[in-house]
Design a protein around this ligand. Structure first.
Ligand code: AMP
Length: 189
């Protein structure tokens, strides 16, 4: 079973992905986490994307697609994958379908976490407070606004692509963590 968790920054995609990973033995593939690991490793790719990410822009479709493609065939992905923060453009969605097909896989569910965007600032503030001084460079109110704009302009247009495939389902992401998990469970089990 392969799932996409879809929603704006701060919607709880990462939190739910980790829970589903443990519960169903699926593998979370977070392009944001992969890119942050590249930056932490001071790699060529990390240096290339560092400023782009800190400013809250999207990195290129080619870079993220290649990172995903490199992982699809790994043993830990055999039971299924939870895509978190990917795809973020329609080009990425089309590219994902192509590489999945090459591995004999497909997307089963696209779960949209619906959230009140005014509340996202509050969630972001608690994420910064919990980070113990190690907040992500792109976690600040100004960059969040830019990331939300990008979400509306470039990422939301991905939804009709999956709607046409009959794969979309919505969950109220303003509920507590357990309630959101239960709602997702109801959709996928
Ligand atoms: P995230 O952790 O998913 O919020 O991603 C953090 C940042 O990484 C984003 O603001 C982008 O700069 C970059 N990023 C992560 N995933 C993607 C993606 N699928 N396409 C383009 N850029 C991405």
């Amino acid at each position: 079973m392969n799932i996409i968790l879809f929603g704006p920054p701060g919607a709880g995609k990462g939190t739910q992905a980790k829970i589903l990973e443990d519960k169903y033995g699926l593998k979370q593939l977070s392009t944001g986490d992969m890119l942050r690991a590249e930056i932490a490793a001071n790699s060529f790719l990390g240096n290339k994307v560092k400023e782009i990410m800190a400013a809250g822009h999207l990195v290129s479709d080619e870079i993220v697609l290649e990172m995903i493609e490199n992982r699809l065939g790994r043993p830990e992905c055999m039971k299924g994958i939870i895509f978190d923060g990917f795809p973020r453009t329609t080009a990425q969605a089309r590219g994902l379908d192509e590489v999945l097909a090459q591995h004999g896989k497909k997307i089963n569910h696209v779960i949209v976490l619906k959230v009140d965007e005014d509340a996202l600032i509050g969630r972001l503030e608690s994420r910064i407070a919990q980070s113990g001084g190690n907040a992500r460079p792109d976690d600040n109110a100004e960059t969040l606004k830019h990331r939300l704009n990008i979400f509306h302009e470039q990422t939301k247009p991905v939804l009709p692509y999956y709607e046409a495939q009959g794969k979309l389902a919505e969950v109220d992401g303003m509920q507590g963590i357990d309630e959101v998990t239960a709602a997702i469970d109801g959709l996928i089990s």
